[in-house]
Design a protein around this ligand. Structure first.
Ligand SMILES: Nc1ncnc2c1ncn2[C@@H]1O[C@H](COP(=O)(O)OP(=O)(O)O)[C@@H](O)[C@H]1O
Ligand SMILES: [Mg+2]
Length: 259
């Protein structure tokens, strides 16, 4: 059985890709068969963070020249990965039909992952929402900034009202400390639950860290290779464990893996 987890955000630049990549690597470190799908098609850049130059991407699958199995890359950390392709391409304007082709075909992948992490585009665009609704679980990444709160609230509202999604994990990025991350989450939950009947679950916090910044420039994620016991690394391992506490959404739409 595969559990799919969409990583979403209200606004861009909050660290969604950084979290999707490092969380996927944390799961791999915990010996979980993990697949990372870069579905942020307008801004596909997971491959840049991972430091790999994939030969084939989702674009080759959508255009019909490759199967999904053909476009799965494996990183040196044994993470399997489907690139969203380059930023300036056809996939910017993915049709409903093409999105459904992607979602439906994951069921045919040969080596089914235990967990699939999906980096979806920022905001409440229909492509992001389709991928979110087709995943079993959803995590919304926020930062302490008011703009992030407002945009994340807007995303959750649309997901709840239009797609009947009611369970959301939350990761607070660029926090000063773990305590502050939890306080920010409490604040965000209080605001959201005042108006919407949804469940928000704290998955964890990621500190604003020079090491994470440097890892992006060096194209080597902090969870890649032999990692030490630093707080940043522990935070990602804890979040990977906490994914089990997140409830599944029953949306009535087609799912990536009809288990
Ligand atoms: N925890 C962090 N600490 C320091 N810088 C971060 C952190 N997370 C993200 N960043 C910075 O924010 C930028 C955007 O992150 P990214 O993961 O690409 O965001 P998104 O996918 O949401 O657009 C990165 O290039 C990096 O410089
Ligand atoms: Mg991104």
């Amino acid at each position: 059985m595969t559990t799919t987890i969409a990583i979403a955000s209200g606004k861009g630049g909050v660290g969604k890709t950084t979290i999707a990549v490092n969380l996927s690597l944390a799961l791999t470190k915990q010996n979980k068969n993990t697949l990372l799908l870069d579905a942020d098609l307008g801004m596909a850049n997971s491959h840049i963070l991972l430091g790999i130059n994939p030969k084939f991407s989702l674009e080759d699958f959508v255009l019909g020249s490759k199967s999904l199995d053909d476009v799965i890359n494996t990183t040196s950390d044994k993470l399997r990965f489907v690139s969203g392709g380059s930023a300036i391409n056809h996939l910017l304007n993915l049709s409903d039909l093409e999105r459904h082709k992607i979602i439906q075909n994951f069921g045919n992948v040969k080596n089914k992952p235990e967990t699939m992490i999906i980096d979806v585009g920022a905001g409440a665009e229909s492509s992001s929402l389709t991928f979110m609704a087709s995943a079993d679980k959803v995590i919304v990444v926020i930062t302490a900034e008011p703009t992030s709160f407002i945009d994340a609230y807007g995303l959750i509202k649309t997901a709840f009202l239009d797609h009947k999604m009611e369970n959301f994990g939350v990761i607070v990025n660029m926090a000063h400390s773990q305590i502050q991350a939890k306080l920010n989450f409490d604040k965000f939950r209080a605001i959201t639950q005042k108006f919407l009947d949804v469940n928000l679950n704290f998955i964890g916090g990621v500190s604003s860290s020079q090491r994470i910044k440097t890892s992006i420039i060096r194209r080597k994620p902090i969870m890649s290779g032999n990692s030490d016991k630093s707080p940043d690394i522990e935070a990602f391992l804890n979040m990977a464990t906490n994914l089990n506490t997140l409830a599944t959404n029953k949306t009535g739409t087609i799912k990536f893996f009809e288990n």
